[in-house]
Ligand binder design. Sequence first.
Ligand code: AMP
Length: 196
Amino acid sequence: MSARLLLIGPPGAGKGTQAQRLSEALGVPAISTGDIFRMHLRNETELGLKAKAFMDAGDNVPDSLTNDLVRDRLSQPDAAAGFLLDGYPRTTDQVRALDEFLAEHGTSMDAVVELVAEPDVVVERLKKRALDQGRADDDEAVVRHRLDVYAQQTAPLIGVYAERGLLAKVDGIGEIAEVTERIESALAARGILFTA
Ligand code: AMP
């Protein structure tokens, strides 16, 4: 079956970890715009060079660059039957671009999972990730800024998807497997089935 899903939540809520696990269980690719941008940074591509200053500062990369990148990625064959987006859309302009892309292909989103986590908790988690993974944007001041950017630009999207009847709120605090189970049952309640 197809599943077109999106995980939304503040930085440090565990979206990347859960996206990997759900992607395996559902057999659809997890698509993280942050991972794609980081790959471009490592490879020093033209896009990477354009995105770098925004990412280092914890700001969103401009919508035009991000929307083009997602359009290309969603056009690849492995995303035809479904996908799990992590970290996109992040702005109302990105919602519009995604809606447009899906409408062109005669499809739409099936569900949006909000991973709920309090700012204090995510700051602590990201401090730990800074030590483990050395991500420059996990520096505490940058993390605080990323949380502000999330609150201003991304949190309003939750209401947009709630109005469409697509939103499932899931508590993101707990053991990794426990959170995965919560998400799976929230999706199952919406008729999205796990075969694995
Ligand atoms: P993430 O791994 O999702 O926390 O993303 C890391 C960084 O990549 C963000 O702070 C942004 O600079 C950039 N980024 C990732 N996804 C997007 C997006 N959808 N729109 C704009 N910038 C993004």
